[in-house]
Write a protein that binds this ligand. Structure first.
Ligand code: F6R
Length: 597
């Protein structure tokens, strides 16, 4: 949700800021803006993309600047509402990601003191507050201003009164500082600055940083000095490039043999699964997540209950946090969040902490907010830029399978022999995903037959049910075709009414997941005119008699087949969206990290 960036160094700031903004555009893309300091603050803003901003910005000489790419919350996308926002004198410019909750009261007070506002945003109060409380130094003025503010923020501020500094601050929105050679970078996430440096500082909540060409100084809101903890990013700069693919999503789908290998690296061997899963004796596990990560959580529930025999509940984070959940110290709460920044998931894990439950995070992003809240397992899928989650999802599934097996062994629910057999299959997962990807042309051919369909239905049973939900989500978010996933056993309880002549139904019918019942469900929809596309194993000789089209996945363990089926569904959605010329990497109204409620 919004990307903020900054640069201070010896090069011209504008090209660097444009490059950083383009890399963060997946966080928001309805308007963009830039400010640099020359003889005064020069600001350029526009509705639209970073490319639109580039086209209206002249060549500017300043070597310090800030930029913003917006996902609108307060106020429509427009150049007035785009950041940076300035005070009336034009001495202070601010970019902000987050929400200032008490902005209406602050705005009224500031208007009372003579400030004039030009936008509908919450952010605009910040430069006015900074100028109102200006006391001779930018850092202390920002500190004063922030003491009045309630809400969340990652912000970067520049001022003509202190022209060789960027002041940054963080509360509940991500902020990373990149340390180069006499040049420093600010970004909402590390993938933005990978090209420039791998040495980063992940700022913590309640910290203020002052960045000059000499270095970075971080203090708490009370002014206490904080030791800079410099971390080295493991991701390569190439991992955050499109590398010849048409879309990041396509690249990320095709990277899954590698991302899965990374997820497993050092975690599976002839000795068993090596993964630190806390509290094996937990009485209950509660998984919390949103969107695709929630679907991974549903899959995790089936896997953990099967392998470890621990009762598991799965909750949507935004619901969980407001339902006064019943939790205690016997519970292990697992938060799954690819970005590690989803506001609702973070709030839910805090809620779990306040009830003394044990906490575990599963995330793809080192240094993200969730890693500051609790012990985390990293999914190691590498940077995911496409807004639609793909490789991060399959890596979440893989981590959940590992956790289920590990817990099963620790609790004595799974024998060493069964663990070994399963590990053998896990080791084939990467190669099997590659075989699915090799079938991309036939998946494309099948998908294009249905590119003009008005709606799709997806169904599965057992651990394939969450995969059906995820298949439907992928299709609707990137192609805008209404799609619904449901457990096939529920058909007769309502969804059957959606079936009419010619409606496409995707049936995930991998063996082991109540296969025979699934065939029965396929018959039910076929009898009412549906065209059924079955996803089935290579050696399945029965399925072809039941469905109109079959998309095959390699034979594997029933718990791994859902992972392979997800890859088929990702490709299916991708090819339809491509055919419809949709903005695949930046779907309408969506952003990669949902850092606001
Ligand atoms: C869909 C998608 C979203 C995210 C959801 C949670 O493709 O990516 O549904 O899964 O916004 O995000 P994270 O996992 O970052 O908490």
């Amino acid at each position: 949700m919004c990307g903020i960036v900054g640069y201070i160094g010896t090069s011209k700031a504008v090209p660097v800021i444009f490059d950083l903004l383009k890399r963060l555009e997946y966080r928001g893309y309805d308007s963009a803006g830039i400010a640099t300091i020359g003889s005064s603050i020069q600001t350029f803003k526009t509705e639209g993309s970073v490319d639109d901003l580039v086209s209206i910005t002249p060549d500017l000489a300043g070597c310090i600047g800030i930029g913003h790419t917006r996902w609108a919350t307060h106020g429509v996308p427009s150049s007035e509402n785009a950041h940076p926002h300035c005070d009336n004198a034009g001495n202070v410019a601010v970019v902000h990601n987050g929400i200032i909750e008490n902005y209406i009261e602050l705005k009224d007070e500031l208007i009372g003191s003579g400030h004039e506002f030009v936008s509908e945003t919450d952010t605009e109060v910040l430069p006015h507050l900074i100028s109102e409380y200006y006391n001779g130094g930018l850092e202390s003025s920002v500190r004063n201003a922030l003491s009045k503010v309630q809400g969340s923020y990652a912000l970067a501020v520049i001022s003509t009164d202190d022209p060789d500094k960027i002041v940054v601050a963080r509360k509940d929105s991500p902020l990373v500082l990149g340390l180069g050679d006499s040049e420093f970078f600010v970004a909402s996430d590390a993938s933005g600055i990978l090209k420039y440096t791998k040495n980063v500082i992940f700022m913590n909540n309640g910290e203020i940083g002052v960045i000059s060409r000499e270095g970075v100084e971080i203090t708490t809101m009370d002014g206490a000095r904080v030791e800079n903890k410099v971390e080295t990013l493991e991701w390569t700069a190439e991992a955050a490039e499109k590398s010849g693919y048409d879309h990041f999503m396509q690249k990320e789908i095709f990277e899954q043999p590698i991302s899965i290998r990374e997820t497993f690296s050092g975690r599976i061997s002839s000795e068993g699964v090596n993964l630190e899963v806390p509290v094996p004796n937990a009485r209950r596990i509660v998984i919390i997540a949103c969107g695709t990560s929630y679907h991974a959580g549903l899959f995790g529930r089936y896997a953990i209950e099967h392998f470890a025999r621990i009762p598991v509940e799965v909750e949507i984070a935004s619901e969980f946090r407001y339902t006064d959940p019943i939790l205690d110290c016997g519970d292990l709460v697992i938060a799954i969040t690819q970005s590690g920044e989803t506001a609702d998931t973070l709030a839910a894990i805090r809620e779990a902490g306040s009830k003394d439950s044990h906490k575990l995070g599963i995330t793809n992003v080192l240094g993200s907010s969730i890693t500051r809240e609790c012990q985390c397992i990293l999914t190691r899928a590498g940077p995911e830029i496409g807004v639609a989650a793909t490789k991060s999802f399959t890596s979440q599934l893989a981590v959940l399978l590992l956790s289920a097996v590990r817990l099963g062994r620790l609790r004595g629910a799974l024998s060493a022999a069964d663990e070994n057999d399963f590990i053998y299959e896990l080791k084939q997962m990467s190669a099997n995903i590659r075989r699915v990807l090799n079938c991309a042309p036939s998946i494309r051919e099948c998908a294009l037959l249905f590119a003009d369909a008005e709606q799709f239905l997806f169904m599965g049973r057992g651990a394939n049910y969450p995969i059906a939900l995820e298949g439907a989500l992928k299709l609707k978010e990137i192609s805008y075709i209404p799609a619904e996933g449901f457990p096939a056993g529920e058909l007769k309880h309502g969804p059957l009414a959606l079936i009419y002549d010619g409606v496409p139904v995707i049936a995930i019918a991998t063996e082991g997941m109540v296969y025979d019942k699934m065939l029965g469900n396929i018959k039910e929809v076929k009898a009412r005119g549906a065209i059924v596309i079955g996803i089935a194993s290579e050696s399945d000789t029965r399925i072809a008699k039941y469905v109109d089209y079959v998309l095959r996945i390699p034979d594997t363990d029933p718990w791994i087949a859902p992972v392979l089926a997800s890859v088929v569904l990702q490709l299916f959605a991708y090819y339809i969206a491509y055919h419809k010329r949709c903005e695949i990497d930046k779907p309408r109204n969506l952003a990669k990290s949902v850092t606001v409620e």
